[in-house]
Design a protein around this ligand. Structure first.
Ligand SMILES: [Zn+2]
Length: 349
């Protein structure tokens, strides 16, 4: 340990001395659909099947008051069938989504690939299509250009999704700070130190502002397609902006996945937002096997607790701040916890 007044940030572990009442939360007030979970290769890697016991995980989630989860996977064909095999017989609890192969974008057969794949989803009982940020932030087309999410070549996906009544769950951008220089002003500096490849401050990549423009074009140009924009509509740091988009685009929904830290640090704004847009928000956590932070989400939504941790990590992953509950009323809670997701995904609760 260095001298007083001189310590490494990585050594700093402040313990709050605040003494306030805290309502203990042991479960949700209403059933919950976690509309954003990962139980497949996307986050667990190619050997995902060996990494969890489906029955044991389903039991843990049920104990947390969860009624369904949607397993958001960017897979199709055989890879999708393998995940469905792994989940069976709990496919009435873990609802897996599928995707299409956007790397085939420039193939003349791409529209047919989309049509066949999405029609096969209907046969397999799949209830949603997941598209990931690799499209807007990583993939390049045949000409070597990044692919804007409002690209006309993606149109068959939106059209077939509308035709087959399958909602699109799409992750487009990432926290705004990931698009800024990694310097002393970056509020996610520690997170980016731990995960340098999460930075999108790179020449040639779309800026955050460009991604938001593309997101709006996608919503505006496809009014018959239902879009659930993951992670608080891509911009949970700016709920005023998300609110304006929700007003403008009736086909837009959002999920709350992995944005508890953002919502919880702006409790006054968040409470107004969650109350006003209670019909457009789906509960989601971004959980994966063994990693369940649901109780913190319930604490945020249901209580007026002050200054509590948004994560179980000793150094909170997304920034060194704490969060506050927003004490939503029952009507809003029920919609956000399960009614909106049940409506979009056609589920009985
Ligand atoms: Zn996710």
């Amino acid at each position: 340990m260095a001298n007083k007044g001189d310590m490494l940030l990585t050594d700093y572990r402040p313990r709050s001395e605040l003494v306030v009442e805290r309502t203990q939360v042991t479960g949700p007030k209403f059933p919950v659909i976690d509309a954003h979970a990962h139980f497949g290769p996307l986050t667990l890697g190619p050997n995902y099947a060996e990494r969890f016991d489906t029955k044991a995980e389903v039991e843990k989630l049920k104990a947390l008051g969860v009624r369904y989860i949607t397993n958001l996977e960017v897979i199709w064909g055989e890879a999708l069938d393998k995940v469905l095999d792994k989940i069976r017989p709990y496919d009435d609890f873990i609802l897996t989504s599928g995707s299409v192969d956007v790397s085939r974008l420039d193939d003349p057969g791409f529209p047919e690939h989309v049509e066949e794949t999405l029609k096969s989803f209907k046969r397999k009982g799949i209830r949603g299509i997941k598209l990931w940020k690799d499209i807007s932030l990583n993939m390049k087309d045949k000409a070597g250009n990044y692919i804007p999410i409002d690209d006309v070549r993606l149109k068959p996906i939106w059209d077939w999704a509308a035709e087959l009544d399958l909602p699109i769950i799409i992750h487009i951008a990432d926290p705004v700070a990931f698009f800024k220089p990694i310097d002393q002003y970056n509020e996610r500096w520690e997170e980016l130190q731990r995960n340098p490849d999460w930075s999108f401050y790179k020449p040639g990549l779309f800026t955050f502002e460009e991604l938001m423009e593309q997101q709006e074009n996608m919503l505006a140009q496809n009014p018959d397609t239902t879009f659930i924009i993951a992670h608080g509509g891509s911009y949970s740091e700016n709920l005023g902006y998300v609110a304006k988009c929700l007003d403008k685009y009736p086909n837009m929904y959002i999920d709350t996945a992995a944005r508890l830290a953002e919502f919880g640090r702006q409790p006054y704004t968040a409470r107004k937002f969650f109350t006003k847009y209670q019909d457009r928000i789906l509960f989601g956590t971004d959980c994966s096997p063994g990693w369940y932070e649901h109780l913190r989400y319930y604490e945020f939504f249901e209580t007026w607790n002050e200054y509590f941790d948004y994560s179980s990590s000793e150094v909170p992953g997304q920034g060194r701040w704490k969060i506050y509950g927003i004490g939503l009323d029952d009507e809003a809670l029920e919609k956000i916890y399960y009614k909106n997701a049940a409506r979009l995904l056609k589920l009985e609760v």
